[in-house]
Write a protein that binds this ligand. Structure first.
Ligand code: PAF
Length: 290
């Protein structure tokens, strides 16, 4: 298929031959669509880095079935392709890679799930007892799809948001492994979390919050700020759990960890506060430098 042009400006690539026509060395932003201002910031950052070079700015839009441990979450994941293409174009993307599931998983979903299950994940995706234990199989699915996307898109750099902090550490470790095995030199560039004016981290799932829940959700950001004023990690963790519950959230974890390994913090090395909490039917995650 010939790449199609959306709004006469962004090239939409969907087949294997479309993607091989893309010059290698692009700056890449991987997404699952339902784009918001947080994604726009990543794309603007990519466009800024590409300025003055011939590097294309490529986004992928693919709701990856292998990373959803909850089928209901996959089924209701918002799909807003036209709006996504407009936003991506206005933020500076030159190409959108929108593959079908069969392009990434040609042998079907059972084979894809077995392939994901056979991956040996880096310790940051198995040891911290954070997202790794709350969402079994999730990181194997992320690892598998980002590896496949990198092989197809062949970027020189890829930008990922800090909002999914553990995912960012996983993708950084995965890319180091890929660079070593393939002789590539893909660079992972972290980009700060974009927040609503009241502090809530932007997320495609925020649209599912009821007005009452939306009013409660910014408490996570406020409480992480409070925690930073306390002296010891254990005190900060107890404070966060108590304050999150008091605000009407159901915390799954609220911890202070080594920012890179996500294990016990060691003095003198950067620390990160990480929180996951349920609010109605939504699960919110956020993090902040200590
Ligand atoms: O962060 C996301 O949106 C997804 O996990 C990613 C990296 C696009 C892989 O599907």
């Amino acid at each position: 298929m010939t790449p199609t042009t959306h709004n006469a400006t962004i090239q939409v690539l969907s087949t294997a031959s479309d993607i091989t026509s893309l010059p290698s060395g692009c700056i890449f932003v991987a997404t699952m669509g339902a784009l918001h201002e947080g994604h726009a910031a990543l794309i603007r950052d990519a466009a800024q880095r590409a300025r003055g070079t011939s590097a294309p700015v490529v986004i992928s839009i693919f709701v990856n079935p292998t990373q959803f441990n909850d089928p209901a979450d996959y089924a209701r994941y918002p799909k807003t392709l036209d709006a996504d293409l407009s936003l991506a174009h206005s933020a500076g993307a030159t190409h959108a890679f929108v593959p079908d599931v069969s392009l990434l998983y040609p042998l079907g979903m059972d084979a894809a799930k077995s392939q994901a299950a056979a991956i040996t994940l880096p310790p940051v995706a198995t040891q911290p007892n954070l997202e790794d234990s709350r969402r079994p199989g999730h990181f194997a699915g992320v690892y598998l799809v980002v590896w496949k996307l990198f092989e197809l898109v062949r970027p020189s750099a890829a930008i990922f948001g800090e909002k999914d902090w553990q995912q960012l550490q996983l993708i950084t470790a995965m890319t180091a492994e890929m660079n070593q095995r393939h002789g590539t030199s893909i660079r992972i560039i972290p980009s700060p979390t974009i927040r609503e004016p009241d502090g809530l981290a932007m997320s495609s799932r925020n649209r599912f919050l009821t007005p009452a829940e939306r009013a409660i959700a910014p408490a996570i950001h406020r409480i992480m700020h409070e925690a930073r004023t306390l002296t010891f990690p254990a005190v900060a963790e107890a404070h966060m759990l108590q304050r999150l519950q008091h605000a009407g959230l159901h915390p799954e974890y609220a911890v202070v960890r080594d920012a890179a390994t996500l294990l016990t913090p060691i003095p003198g090395i950067p620390w990160r506060i990480l929180v996951a909490a349920r609010l109605g039917s939504i699960r919110l995650i956020d993090n902040m430098a200590w």
